[in-house]
Design a protein around this ligand. Structure first.
Ligand SMILES: [Zn+2]
Length: 120
């Protein structure tokens, strides 16, 4: 489980809680306490989608946009689908681009060399 998430310069503590949430909620976020709470024991997929949902609340607060459930629910569902389900390699591919081609190439070179050495 993730301990902390930085959202536009604010460090949010992430905690799993056995109770204390609204009955039909899998998580919530407190701006004043900088805390994201996730219901303990939920399936990994629900945990991830809930974290993404709560992150979006904080993102929208940070830019003073509508952070109502009417906005956050469909937006987090779409991002969950595009970033994690439809393109499972996308985030790591974007990080590779961000880190630059040098890092990408240097990671691949040793693999090619070791494969050649093992060939009879
Ligand atoms: Zn919400």
């Amino acid at each position: 489980m993730i301990d902390k998430i930085s959202i536009m310069g604010v460090s949010y503590k992430v905690v799993e809680v056995p109770g204390g949430l609204e009955p039909d909620h899998l998580g919530d976020i407190s701006e004043s306490e900088s805390t994201i709470r996730i219901r303990k024991g939920v399936a990994p997929q629900a945990q991830v989608s809930t974290i993404l949902h709560e992150i979006l609340h904080a993102c929208l607060w940070s830019v003073n946009l509508d952070s109502s459930e009417a906005t956050v629910v469909p937006l987090s569902n779409v991002l969950y689908s595009v970033l994690l389900m439809e393109n499972p390699e996308l985030i790591s591919q974007l990080q590779t681009i961000l880190l630059g081609e040098t890092t990408h190439v240097s990671k691949k070179l040793p693999r090619k060399r070791s494969r050649k050495r093992r060939r009879p």
